[in-house]
Design a protein. Structure first.
Length: 122
């Protein structure tokens, strides 16, 4: 854990961009700031493709079993789209769509039943 000292001004809290970049934050990046138990936490407001892939994999494991997988999610405007596949057949089954902060969008995603049905066809 590293520590820096910032300064509060009339404009707010100022942190050096060089330190923020060292910590993985880029200029213009949206962040979520939380205050709890006298501690301020700053983290990216948007999840990464890797985190979406993890969430989609857990969803599939819980809902349809372990035969299906997800390809690397693609950011599409204000959403993440993860293609669901049967890896051993190289067959696309559908997609799961997520918000930028990682919430599944059911109305824009294939249901577990649809994925299972498509896997059984052919």
């Amino acid at each position: 854990m590293s520590k820096i000292y910032g300064e509060t001004t009339a404009k707010g809290l100022i942190l050096p961009i060089t330190v923020l970049k060292e910590w993985g934050f880029e200029e213009g990046m949206k962040v979520a700031i939380e205050f709890h138990d006298n501690t301020i936490s700053i983290k990216p407001a948007e999840v990464t493709a890797q985190e979406i892939a993890g969430r989609a994999s857990i969803f599939l494991l819980k809902k349809v079993g372990d035969a299906m997988a997800v390809q690397t999610p693609i950011r599409d405007g204000d959403k993440w789209r993860a293609t669901v596949v049967l890896p051993h057949l190289k067959k696309d089954l559908g997609q799961l769509t997520y918000t930028l902060d990682g919430a599944l969008i059911p109305e824009e995603s294939n249901t577990p039943e649809e994925l299972i049905q498509k896997a059984a066809v052919d």
